[in-house]
Design a protein around this ligand. Structure first.
Ligand SMILES: Nc1ccn([C@@H]2O[C@H](COP(=O)(O)O)[C@@H](O)[C@H]2O)c(=O)n1
Ligand SMILES: C[C@@]1(CO)OP(=O)(O)OP(=O)(O)OC[C@H]1O
Length: 158
């Protein structure tokens, strides 16, 4: 049996007139994340962690932001497709840990739904999908509510 570890980081700007999609869930807020896709920073970080674990490049290599195919795409589709690449290599996920840096809103009430959404896509239980959050204590671009950051770590086994 082989094991591999991967980490992913994603950052998106927050702006008006966009939905805030986090972990595949719509989180009501006066600003949303700006991007070529639905800009789901948490799902993107998980995709990058999955790809990183097998040195398969990153999300922009597989789903370029210059392609019309991915304009406005639901990042749940990107996560599903990323995991298909991992499975083709003969690996499966053991567990995921992640942290969101977001000043507002509080995401705690939405975490169970995010865990459930991600677990369903990846064939995991919610205990295998950890989602944490922290504010940036009002410092920097996260603290000024201008952006959101996600970090994810995944463990794979073959
Ligand atoms: N966007 C966020 C940020 C934080 N939380 C939860 O609040 C707790 C306290 O956050 P601090 O940054 O003040 O330490 C944190 O542990 C999270 O549980 C959240 O839900 N959404
Ligand atoms: C997902 C992609 C593609 O739609 O677009 P964005 O939503 O801009 O997201 P980013 O995290 O910059 O990653 C790469 C892109 O390829």
């Amino acid at each position: 049996m082989g094991i591999r570890i991967g980490m992913g980081v994603d950052v998106h700007q927050l702006g008006e007139g966009r939905d805030l999609m986090l972990g595949g869930v719509h989180v009501p807020h006066d600003k949303g994340a700006i991007g070529h896709s639905d800009a789901d920073v948490l799902l993107h970080a998980i995709c990058d962690a999955l790809l990183g674990a097998l040195a398969l490049g990153d999300i922009g290599v597989h789903f370029p932001d210059t392609s019309a195919e991915f304009k406005g795409i639901d990042s749940k589709i990107l996560l599903r497709r990323t995991y298909e690449l991992v499975q083709k290599e003969g690996y499966r996920i053991v567990n995921i840990d992640s942290t969101l840096l977001l000043e507002a809103p509080k995401i705690k009430p939405f975490v169970p739904q995010m865990q459930q959404t991600i677990a369903e896509i990846l064939g995991l239980t919610i205990r295998d999908v950890s989602i944490k959050a922290t504010t940036n204590e009002q410092m920097g671009y996260v603290g000024r509510k201008e952006g959101v950051v996600a970090y994810a770590t995944v463990l794979l086994e073959s």
